[in-house]
Design a protein around this ligand. Structure first.
Ligand code: NAP
Length: 314
């Protein structure tokens, strides 16, 4: 397949390009920065320069590439993560999930792409009631906290636009929290790793918020599988082991040789990290990967973050 990858130079893109190549696909990768063309070449993609927030530039590169498949892995999260101002932190990412999705879909439609795959998230968007582990059929949060409403709306917009595009096979991949090389939970300079090391990432309240993780290499493998397998709709791309914060955070600290995390009451967590931070630590839900395993024929090599964190830290 000829694949156009938007977000080819990001944490996931860098893992994805060589794997797509190894699976026999021809990859055209988008970057805004001329100087990253050499990296794309090294990874095995033909690089093209475009700002995806500009519809004319998107139309031009898509028309030139004539891809059979478009993959949207665009975020703008390579910056300090301010949980107190969640929507502000995600402001540009939200534009990539709304405006850039529209531009890529319009350009893809004009060139008749067969499949359109886009990145979403498995975790905080889920309804915070009922089962602790959600499938793709479970509802999203009907009332997200105020501080994350714009980010929630953008995720929902992307999912609806992609799965509603009846002229192509629209597939949404809801990835769990990434860890491993190039992510914020990586050995070398990962921002979250540093916070855990410095004991600035406490367990808030009962720490009952359930998180699902996925090793970045497994996320890339699942994405390669979604190029040719599966059907239009949503897939959770997570490991086998959703776990509460009170369990995974101490294990993450131990994996990097850091002292155990502090415990703070919910009211204090809320004061420091805002309502979004408190919700993340006490109320969010994890995800099941049953559908992805069944329909994409994918198995995460890192079945649990328990071994995965230790391996990533080694
Ligand atoms: N599920 C998850 O846990 C999850 C999901 C996403 C990201 N993250 C985390 O967020 C952090 C940053 O992610 P990242 O390393 O992938 O970097 P990033 O800064 O979020 O960039 C991702 C990709 O988007 C592209 N991009 C952004 N704006 C663009 C625009 N206007 N036009 C064209 N391309 C654009 C970038 O290309 P250029 O810069 O080359 O132009 C890059 O390829 C990492 O720690 C990662 O693990 C986590």
């Amino acid at each position: 397949m000829k694949v156009l990858l938007a977000g080819a130079t990001g944490a996931l893109g860098k893992q994805l390009v060589p794997r797509l190549g190894a699976d026999g696909h021809e990859v055209v990768g988008i970057t805004r920065t001329e100087s990253k063309l050499a990296l794309l070449d090294e990874l095995g993609a033909t690089g093209v320069v475009a700002d995806v927030l500009d519809p004319d530039q998107v139309a031009r590169v898509v028309a030139q590439a004539e891809p059979e498949v478009i993959i949207h892995q665009l975020t703008a999260l390579n910056r300090p993560f301010d949980i107190r101002h969640f929507d502000r932190t995600f402001e540009e990412t939200n534009r990539l999930r709304t405006e850039a999705t529209d531009h890529l879909l319009a350009a893809g439609r004009a060139t008749c792409v067969k499949r359109f795959i886009a990145q979403s998230y498995a975790g905080w968007p889920f309804a915070r009631t009922g089962d602790l582990v959600k499938s793709e059929d479970d509802p999203l949060d009907p009332a997200p906290p105020d501080g994350m409403r714009r980010t929630f709306d953008a995720i929902r917009y992307l999912e609806d636009a992609v799965t509603g595009a009846g002229w192509t096979e629209g597939i949404v991949l809801r990835y769990g929290g990434f860890y491993g090389p190039g992510t914020s939970l990586s050995r070398e300079g990962g921002a979250q790793t540093e916070q855990i090391r410095e004991r600035k990432f406490p367990v808030v309240g009962n720490g009952a918020g359930v998180w699902s993780f996925v090793h970045i290499e497994d996320a890339a493998e699942a994405t390669v599988a979604a190029v040719t397998r599966g059907r239009p709709g949503i897939y959770n791309i997570v490991d086998d082991d959703p776990a509460p914060v009170a369990e995974w955070l101490p294990a993450a600290a131990s994996a990097i040789g850091a002292p155990p995390p502090r415990h703070v009451p919910r009211w204090l967590g809320r004061l420091v990290a805002g309502e979004v931070g408190a919700v993340m630590m006490t109320e969010v839900r994890g995800a099941s990967n049953e559908k992805a395993k069944r329909e994409l024929g994918w198995q995460p090599r890192h079945r649990s973050w328990r071994e995965g964190f230790a391996e990533a830290a080694a």
